[in-house]
Design a protein around this ligand. Structure first.
Ligand code: ZN
Length: 451
């Protein structure tokens, strides 16, 4: 179609795995002339193609329970479309921040006698009528760059600093604002906002003191979710049940965005296989068993031994015991299941086939030096491994607390990735690894299990 011919190329491309780690909804990206905030899940466009689902039942179930959403599913981030005439795919983003600094070369002599590099600070709405350019006092066109400083809160909300309010301490004055920077521009005490009309001048360090209230109460802005009315919500209270105040945030700083993710290793569903095996002979035989010894006894019958196959008497007894008590199996922690599978007795776990997600086998300890033999009682070589990682939220200022059992900590209200969505973005990684009780002590099968 003709309207596609002149279509602008996307502003940038990001690898799918990076979207989940650093460039998810609500993260900020600097582009050559502007800066954007990555759009929420409702801004993820898959075009007409089928939405690529990621199937990982254990992770899906875990998240469904954790978020109380029984229909929750996992999707891959959209891939960029290779077909220039096809429907547009990708992630829509929004211009943020909305304040800019004009690239003029002027100096300000402070009352202290110190000289500052100074540049006009202004909102986009003043620049837009002039094509995003600033006209200096000689009527020369100057380009602009987005201001480095914004304000955000512990719940992930983010917005432009109310610069006028800050410099005037609330008083109303509409003079042109300037940003004075001394030294290298990294010391907040040496960066000032100044009003040209009334002469008021204030260092940014006023906004960085601990418990500072200078940037005002958080208005709950969520510019990554698109235009109003969805783009704000009530911010809520902090953990001490107090109103939440904005904090100064440097856009490009490493604490501006932390993805909160949940990761599992896809395991062969041995549970399902055991249940099926037990189903075959439960009514006629196994329901009368009182212990693993009885299972061994039942196994002497051909029909039972055929049905139970390779499973051990203890494994079968665990399943039978659960059925007899009528109790629901207690839900295990997400990493505990992985450790238990790897430390379970069989020499092989899973099948060594190209289309299978998991295959591990025990390595013989015969060749090990005696000193190691004393402390290692098993080495599991994981030949085939699939890790699925889903992003559920994000934080700013502080990384989400990560639990050694892989459990999500959602104590602080999680920042929303989208509006009323019933899915989370996810990616899969394939690899291999080695697990031995030595490494187990340090890292219970976290990402260290991956190459
Ligand atoms: Zn907030």
């Amino acid at each position: 179609m003709s309207q596609n011919k002149g279509r602008k190329p996307p502003a940038g491309e990001i690898r799918q795995s990076q979207i989940l780690s650093s460039f998810g909804p609500g993260s900020m990206v600097d582009l050559p002339e502007t800066s954007i905030i990555m759009g929420g899940l409702n801004q993820w466009n898959y075009g007409k193609t089928e939405i690529p689902r990621i199937y990982e039942p254990r992770l899906e179930q875990y998240l469904q329970q954790k978020f109380g959403q029984p229909n929750l599913s996992l999707r891959e981030p959209p891939a960029s479309s290779q077909d220039p005439t096809g429907p547009r795919t990708g992630i829509q983003s929004f211009m943020f921040p909305g304040w800019f600094v004009a690239q003029v070369d002027e100096e300000f002599l402070a009352p202290s006698g110190k000289r500052y590099r100074t540049r006009p600070l202004m909102p986009w709405k003043k620049l837009a009528p002039h094509g995003g350019k600033y006209f200096d006092k000689d009527k020369k066109k100057r380009s602009v760059v987005p201001v480095r400083f914004v304000q955000a809160c512990v719940h992930g909300h983010i917005s432009d600093i109310n610069w006028r309010y800050f410099v005037h301490r609330g008083a109303s004055c509409v003079g042109e604002l300037w940003l004075d920077e001394g030294g290298t521009g990294n010391d907040f005490a040496d960066i000032f906002v100044r009003c040209e009309a009334c002469g008021k001048r204030r260092p940014l360090s006023d906004a960085t003191l601990p418990k500072s209230k200078e940037l005002g109460i958080c208005q709950g802005k969520r510019p990554w979710l698109g235009p109003a009315p969805h783009s704000s919500e009530a911010c809520g209270m902090d953990e001490d049940n107090r109103r939440v105040y904005n904090k100064l945030l440097v856009r490009s700083a490493s604490n501006a965005y932390f993805a909160q993710t949940s990761t599992v290793i896809s395991l062969p569903s041995s549970d399902a296989a055991i249940k099926e095996a037990v189903n075959l002979v439960y009514e006629d035989f196994l329901q009368y068993a009182e212990g693993a010894d009885d299972i061994a006894h039942d196994r002497k019958k051909k029909r039972v031994s055929e049905a139970l196959g390779e499973f051990s008497n203890d494994q079968i007894w665990e399943e039978v015991k659960q059925r007899k008590s009528g109790a629901r199996p207690e839900s295990k922690k997400i990493k505990q299941v992985e450790i238990e599978t790897l430390l379970s007795q069989p020499d092989e776990i899973g099948e060594d086939l190209p289309d299978k997600d998991f295959y591990a086998r025990n390595r013989s300890l015969d060749g090990l030096p005696d000193s190691l033999k004393a402390s290692v009682d098993r080495i599991v070589l994981v030949h085939r491994l699939r890790e699925v990682r889903a992003q559920v939220s994000f934080t700013r200022f502080e990384a989400p607390f990560s639990d050694i059992d892989g459990e999500l900590q959602l104590d602080v209200a999680p920042a929303a990735l989208g509006l009323e969505t019933d899915w989370f973005p996810a990616i899969e990684t394939k690899g291999e690894g080695i697990l031995s009780p030595l490494s187990l002590k340090r890292s219970p099968l976290g990402s260290n299990a991956m190459p």
